[in-house]
Design a protein around this ligand. Structure first.
Ligand SMILES: N[C@@H](CCC(=O)N[C@@H](CS)C(=O)NCC(=O)O)C(=O)O
Length: 222
C-alpha cells in the first residue's frame, strides 16, 4: 500500500491526491504534525508531500506524480504540460496563503476547516490551530512581498481567467473531453482552499471556471 505523508492544508499534497484519486490509485494518508514533523523521521526531507511505496521513498510533488504515473497509471503528457505545471507550482499556488491567511481571525477560522481531519486530541488541535493562526498571516505577508502580489483577490481572479482562456480554451478540460495530468495539478492545488469561500466566489465571477472545478471535483475527490 502507498502511504502519503501530508498536511491537509498543503496544496502540493492535494496535487498528488487529486492525481491518485483520478487514476484510482489506492493510498493511505498520514497527517504530519506541523511543529516538529516527527512522522518524517525516516527521511531528511522535511517538507510534505512524501510518498512511501514499500521501501521506496519519493519526495517533491511533481516527482511523486511522475513516479506514480510511470508505475501505476499512464496519463499521456502533452507538449505544453511543463509550462502549465511550472505555472501551478510557481504562480498559482502563491495566491493561496494570502487568501487563506489574510489575518489572524480568518486564518484561525480556515485552519479549523483544514484541521478537521486531525486525529489529535482537542487540546493539541487547539494549540496547533492557534499557533498556525499566529504564524501563517506573517508567512502569507512575506509571500506577498516575495512574489510581488499587491491584490491577492484580483490577481487570483486574473490567474483563473488565464487558466480558463489559455488552458481550457473552450474545452471541458485542459486534456479535452477528459482531464489530463495538468487538470489534476491545477485542481489539486486549488482543492486545498475548498470550503473557505475563495473558490466559491471565483466560480460566481467566472462560471466557466466553476463548471470545470465542479467536474474535476466529481472525478478527483470531493
Ligand atoms: N516543492 C515542494 C514544496 C513542498 C512544500 O513547500 N511543502 C510545505 C507545505 S505546503 C512544507 O512542507 N513546509 C514545511 C516547512 O517548510 O517546514 C513540492 O512540490 O513538494
Amino acid at each position: 500500500m502507498l502511504t502519503l505523508y501530508q498536511f491537509n492544508s498543503c496544496p502540493f499534497c492535494w496535487k498528488v491526491k487529486a492525481f491518485m484519486n483520478y487514476t484510482h490509485i489506492p493510498y493511505d494518508v498520514v497527517e504530519v504534525t506541523p511543529f516538529g514533523m516527527k512522522e518524517l523521521d525516516f527521511t531528511d526531507h522535511k517538507k510534505v508531500p512524501v510518498l512511501k511505496d514499500g521501501a521506496e521513498i519519493v519526495v517533491e510533488s511533481s516527482a511523486i506524480v511522475r513516479y506514480l504515473n510511470d508505475k501505476y497509471a499512464d496519463l499521456l503528457p502533452a507538449p505544453q504540460d511543463d509550462e502549465w505545471q511550472a505555472w501551478v507550482d510557481n504562480t498559482l499556488v502563491h495566491y493561496l496563503p494570502p487568501l487563506i491567511h489574510p489575518n489572524i481571525g480568518k486564518s484561525f477560522k480556515n485552519l479549523g476547516l483544514l484541521m478537521a481531519v486531525s486525529k489529535d486530541g482537542a487540546l493539541k488541535r487547539f494549540f496547533v490551530r492557534l499557533a498556525g493562526a499566529l504564524v501563517m498571516p506573517r508567512v502569507a505577508n512575506k509571500m506577498k512581498l516575495k512574489h510581488q502580489i499587491q491584490n491577492p483577490e484580483s490577481e487570483f481572479q486574473a490567474a483563473l481567467a488565464h487558466w480558463v482562456d489559455k488552458g481550457l480554451e473552450n474545452k471541458a478540460f485542459y486534456g479535452g473531453e477528459q482531464p489530463s495530468l495538468v487538470d489534476t495539478s491545477v485542481f489539486g492545488v486549488l482543492r486545498s482552499a475548498q470550503g473557505m469561500g475563495i473558490l466559491e466566489a471565483a466560480a460566481l465571477t467566472n462560471p466557466a471556471f466553476g463548471r470545470w472545478y465542479e467536474a474535476c471535483r466529481g472525478m478527483m475527490g470531493a
